[in-house]
Structure formats: C-alpha cells, structure tokens
Design a protein around this ligand. Sequence first.
Ligand code: ZN
Length: 337
Amino acid sequence: MSHIMSPTFPTVRLRRLRQHPVIRDLIRETELNLDDLVHAIFIKGDKGDKQPVLSMPGHYQIPLSKLDEEIEEIVNLGIKSIMIFGVPSTKDAYGSDSFDDQGIMQKAIRQIKKLAPDLLIISDICFCQYTDHGHCGFMDDHHGCIDLNNDKTLELLVKQSISHVQAGANMLAPSGMIDGAVITLRRALDEAGFEHIPLMGHTVKYSSAMYGPFRQATEGAPKYGDRSRYQMDPANGNEALREAAVDIMEGADILLIKPAHTYLDIIYRVKQTYPHIPLCAYHPSAEFSMIKAAAEKGWINEKRVVFEVLTSIKRAGADFIVNYYTKEVARWIINKE
Ligand SMILES: [Zn+2]
C-alpha cells in the first residue's frame, strides 16, 4: 500500500466516516430544523379571495376573512413562528394605517392571537407599504431636496410599534434602517411596560435587487428615488460590522441580515465578530422566486436546492431564517418526500 492510502491519511479517514449514513448524521455539523424557520406572510383587506402574488408562486395577499384557515394550516404543519406584513387599503404621507388601532396589522395580529395564542408573531415595523410615496418613513423638503425626515419617522415608528404590541405582537422587527430606531423603540417599549418584547433590528439591510417580488406583494415600491441613502451598498462588507456594533449598543436583542444567500460572507463575519448575539438572516423574495422559477422549468431539484441553500445560510452563522419556503419545508419533512 502506498503511503497515499495509509489508514491515517486524512482523506481516507473522511471517506471512512462518510460511508455509513448513521455516522454521517452523527458528525453532521449543521442541521436545518423546522424550528429554525420563520414563515413570512402578507395580509390585505377584510374580505374576498386570496390574491396570488404572481412573482412568488404559492404566496398570496390573504384577506382577514381567509386568515383563520391560513393560520390553521401553518399551525398544523408544525410551524411555530411567522413574520407578518400588512398591506393597507389606504395610503397617505404619514402611513397612518400602520398605527391605527383598526389598521390591517392590528386587526390581523388580534385575529391570529385569538386563534393560535402560541404562534409567535414577529411584526414588521416600517412605513414603505403604508405611505403613498413608498418610502420607509416621513418625507419632507430639506433645502429643496425631498428626503426622509429621520426624527419625524422615529416618532411615527414608536406609535406603530406600541400599537402592534398592544394588539399582541411578540417581537418587533424594524426594517427601515432608520437611524436610532432600535434605541428609540427600546426606550418607548420599556416606558410603556413592554420590557419583555424583543427587538430584532434590520441591522444589515442592503440596497438590494433581491426585494423586487416582495414590493409587488406589499405594493410598496418607492414612487420616486430609491432607498440607497438609508440602505447599505452591496459592495461593502466592513460597514456591516459597524452597523452591527451600533445596533448592539442601541439594545437590539437579535441582529438581522438581509438578503441572506447572496450575503453569506456578511452573515459569517457578523457571527464571528458577535457570536454571543442571536443572528437572523432574511432569505428575501427574489432569492425565493429564482429557485421557484428554475424549479417550475424543471431545471433543478427544488427540494434539494432549498435544503442546500437554507442549510448554507445556517452554516454561515444564522441561528434562524425568515423565508418563504417554510410551509414547503414543513411538508417535505412531514411527508419525508
Ligand atoms: Zn420599509
């Protein structure tokens, strides 16, 4: 036997370990569980039919009248957490529906809590789907240039957050990358007696093309300009560590990185730098739709690609993943397909 095939040569040892499926399971480093996945859903209107989101097959804008059956299905599949996005029927400059006690989110949260009190509700906190201009906050004139008014936006974010928590939300995810959002919301929640509600900052949110189908689902595309002034440049990585440092200092309980699959290096670096802070990754709509489209064409094995992609996000360092595949993953696990 040549020395290459010596029993101590590393590749031989690895091959030995991989040959038995049980040993493969025993030494597996990363395992994707249903408990690692948060299912994202869209809610719109009181009555009528579910409206399919054309660019996200299998996803719908769900009216309140159809919400109970959706929630029952989610619970029966063993899913324990959801992130919800409301699409209001009216929009204005302030995004008033987002802090109205009779707003779409408030009504939906109350309805879900009544039906499934144990289902964890993570509430998206932002303005883009509530404002008539589609930006993530209040816009006004800064010396002849229309821009986001950060302070006014913070004031409105507090109103929105308290109102969602009063309706029954278990966790808040401010998604607009508004300066000072985490510290402002933390103080406001504590003062209002909601010290127990965790905040998951959208710590690292890139100005990405991966949100396209989502904007169709939430009808929240900006009417003018873009969000590059308050979202990160995809070319920058070090900056993510600075954003994470700020969010931790402000009191974020969980950090969130979005997108996920195209930013595995960022997930890895943030987790390596802050291993003691829970990390969530958001697998956004376009990352979902790209897999869906290829699967519909028969070009890929959808289940294998989904498990591989979600596992890679976990392997990079995410503790859990908000995504649009949770129901399918649950079915694949239940049916052992
Ligand atoms: Zn937004």
